[in-house]
Design a protein around this ligand. Structure first.
Ligand code: HEC
Ligand code: HEC
Length: 146
């Protein structure tokens, strides 16, 4: 029995996740990601966003994916989300310009960013420990990037 399951593992991509198939976002195929987004991500992120502003009761896939939700690509980052400043200096200026920029950015940094990384089970961006980790730039594009 042991030997058979070991052999089977060579042919099943995500063996550690058990017989129900892959469970972590990175191992999912497109259809599984679609289902996971619909059943887990949208409802949970909607709760997070509604705590910040009740208008997100009507949050949909397009709130994050923009046109990717209607053309079916769901490609991220989304060019329809607000563009973020391209440099650290420009970002600090942006924060000082308007208290709303600061309020939004704090909500993003304290809730949206870590919550989303946790849902996707991916490491949170850190310049040293996880330079390719999940960050603002997985959702938002930066000025000059389009
Ligand atoms: C809170 C923002 C948010 C919402 C709401 C959201 N998504 Fe996503 N979705 C993402 C992010 C971020 C990624 C990409 C993760 C990564 O790989 O960096 C993603 C990836 C995907 C992918 C995989 C794309 C690929 O290239 O593999 C699909 C499919 C998808 N989303 C479908 C949906 C659907 C359907 C809904 C609505 C039911 C939805 N998403 C709602 C943020 C969101
Ligand atoms: C999971 C995807 C996601 C991540 C990660 C994310 N954001 Fe956002 N961000 C959004 C969505 C969705 C909105 C609201 C768009 C809307 O209501 O049209 C938004 C709005 C904003 C706004 C408001 C801009 C405006 O002009 O209204 C700012 C500022 C912002 N994000 C900054 C950041 C920063 C800084 C980070 C990283 C710390 C970040 N975001 C991470 C999805 C994301």
């Amino acid at each position: 029995m042991k030997r058979i399951s070991w052999v089977a593992c060579l042919f099943v991509a995500a063996c550690e996740s058990g017989p129900d198939g892959p469970t972590s976002y990175e191992d999912m195929n497109f259809a599984q990601r679609y289902e996971f987004m619909s059943e887990v991500v949208l409802p949970q992120m909607q709760e997070t966003f509604v705590r910040f502003d009740a208008k997100y009761e009507s949050m949909t896939c397009a709130t994050c994916h923009g046109e990717g939700a209607s053309d079916g690509s769901f490609a991220m980052p989304s060019p329809q989300l607000p563009l973020l400043p391209a440099s650290e200096e420009a970002f600090f200026e942006y924060l000082e310009e308007d208290p709303e920029h600061l309020r939004w950015s704090n909500f993003m940094a304290e809730e949206v960013w870590p919550d989303m990384a946790e849902l996707l089970e991916v490491p949170v961006y850190d310049p040293k420990a996880a330079p390719t980790g999940f960050s603002c730039s997985n959702c938002h594009m930066h000025e000059g990037q389009l």
